[in-house]
Design a protein around this ligand. Structure first.
Ligand code: SF4
Length: 303
């Protein structure tokens, strides 16, 4: 069996930055460091940090007064910032700058009297944070069907924004419906779906032409991992989202000559290498569609 590795894959600049921030907090302030929700959606990353003294909490009220709390890469609503301030917490913000960009666009649109239609997945941390920037002014749309029926107070004043980790193709379809319905539709100046999401999807599409099975390595609750698996399925391939080598079912591999592997933006590369080692292919090739050299600066207080 041969393995084709999709590139780019794995950690994006926002995830690298978020993990660096937590490591620096541990060094500078010492444990415990509190993080509201998972810093990134990967249990391996979360467990490693937990072992180093990070305490993950669901709510700001779970953080003892005076402690340091880190906001995850997915961003938070202003109400969460206010709760942290009221509790006297030291806040370190690991929100990805590309998520912050969407928050600012939502604010700008609302200030201009627009209703914000946010395309995204209900209940995702990033969506909750972005919607929270403009309470009462944002409507969530998940599908093209919802886009076809969404009701807004003034059809001439509508701006559409998207979650950063959506399917590029599905989102394009939703945007087509919205543009048809609202000819004056405002959009962000630059795509909200981030470079890492679109690069990983483009790389997977290129790889899918050449393999019989796709393994996406990452977490069940990772939006971009799920989109990669769906993309492979849409290409007509059997595809499985696995968290590591222990999830590989030997029955999947029977008669398969070429396996494609990719990983989501919050998946450590060592998990990809562990899966490779477990498969023991006779050859490994990499299919690269884009070079990534994006980096984001650390928050000022940690530089
Ligand atoms: S997937 Fe994109 S938006 Fe999310 S953390 Fe990575 S770079 Fe930022």
């Amino acid at each position: 069996m041969e393995v084709l590795l999709s590139e780019p894959r794995g950690f994006c600049a926002g995830v690298v930055r978020a993990i660096d921030i937590v490591e620096l907090c541990l060094q500078h302030f010492g444990p415990p460091i509190y993080i509201r929700h998972e810093i990134v959606h990967n249990p391996h990353v979360v467990n490693e940090l937990r072992q180093k003294g990070v305490v993950f909490v669901n709510e700001i009220d779970d953080v003892p007064p005076g402690q340091t709390v880190v906001f995850s890469a997915h961003g938070v609503a202003p109400s969460v910032r206010a709760a942290a301030k009221a509790r006297g917490l030291q806040v370190i913000d690991a929100t990805c700058p590309l998520v912050t960009k969407v928050h600012l666009e939502a604010l700008r649109a609302a200030q201009n009297g627009h209703t914000v239609i946010l395309v995204g997945h209900r209940g995702h941390d990033e969506v909750i944070g972005t919607m929270g920037e403009v309470p009462g002014r944002a409507i969530l749309v998940e599908t093209a069907e919802e886009a076809a029926t969404v009701d807004v107070p003034d059809p001439g004043r509508v701006t559409v924004l998207t979650q950063t980790t959506l399917s590029v193709d599905d989102t394009a379809e939703i945007l087509r419906v919205l543009r048809r319905r609202f000819p004056a539709l405002g959009t962000s100046q630059k795509d909200d779906i981030c470079y890492a999401t679109s690069n990983r999807q483009r790389a997977l599409k290129a790889m899918a032409r050449d393999v019989e099975l796709v393994l996406v390595i990452g977490a069940e609750n990772s939006s971009n991992c799920n989109r990669l698996r769906e993309l492979a399925t849409d290409a007509g391939l059997p595809a499985h989202l696995i968290s590591g080598p222990g999830d590989v079912n030997p029955a999947w591999l029977v008669g398969v000559q070429r396996v494609g592997i990719t990983s989501g933006a919050s998946t450590p590369e060592r998990l990809v290498q562990a899966v490779l080692a477990a498969l023991g292919p006779r050859a490994v090739r990499t299919l690269c569609v884009a070079e990534e050299n994006v980096t984001f600066a650390l928050p000022r207080g940690l530089r």
